[in-house]
Design a protein around this ligand. Structure first.
Ligand SMILES: [Zn+2]
Length: 138
C-alpha cells in the first residue's frame, strides 16, 4: 500500500532524552518535560531546565491545544519524504500550557492557515517506532 511515508525518513537523535516523548506519541498522548524546581514546562527535551538550569526534571501531559505562533508554506523541501503536491505547512505552535513545538498543520487548505489560528494535536503513525504529532484546526 502506498503512503506519504514510502521514502526514507530522517529519524530523531538524542533518543535517550526524547524517548518518553516518542513512547507517549505512540499512545496518542502529548507530554513535555517539566522542571521539578521551578515548574517550567518546556520543549524540546534537554538535560537541564532552560529557565533555572535544574536537572531535576520529569514529564507532564499537556492538552495538545494551542495556537499558531508562526508558520511558512514549504513548496520545495530539502528531503523527498516531505514533498507533497501542494507543499505543506511548517509551523511553530504555542501550546496553551506555554511551550512551543514545531510541527505541521494538516486538515485544511494551506491558504486557510493564519497566525493565532486555534489548533489541536493529532497523531500520525509513521512506523512501529515513531508516531508524529501534527496539528489541525480546532
Ligand atoms: Zn526550572
Amino acid at each position: 500500500m502506498s503512503s506519504a511515508y514510502d521514502k526514507p525518513l530522517p529519524m530523531p537523535f538524542h533518543e535517550e532524552l526524547s524517548r518518553p516523548f516518542w513512547e507517549a506519541t505512540k499512545r496518542h498522548e502529548l507530554i513535555m518535560p517539566v522542571c521539578n524546581d521551578c515548574a517550567q514546562i518546556f520543549f524540546y527535551p534537554r538535560e537541564a531546565c532552560p529557565n533555572c538550569t535544574s536537572m531535576d526534571l520529569s514529564w507532564k501531559g499537556v492538552s495538545g491545544k494551542g495556537k499558531i505562533y508562526t508558520y511558512t508554506r514549504v513548496r520545495q523541501t530539502v528531503h523527498p519524504s516531505f514533498q507533497s503536491e501542494h507543499g505543506h505547512i511548517y509551523a511553530i505552535i504555542e501550546l496553551d500550557e506555554g511551550p512551543k513545538i514545531p510541527s505541521n498543520i494538516v486538515g485544511c487548505e494551506p491558504e486557510d492557515v493564519y497566525v493565532d489560528m486555534e489548533v489541536t494535536a493529532i497523531f500520525e503513525h509513521v512506523s512501529d517506532n515513531y508516531t508524529l504529532t501534527k496539528f489541525k484546526p480546532a
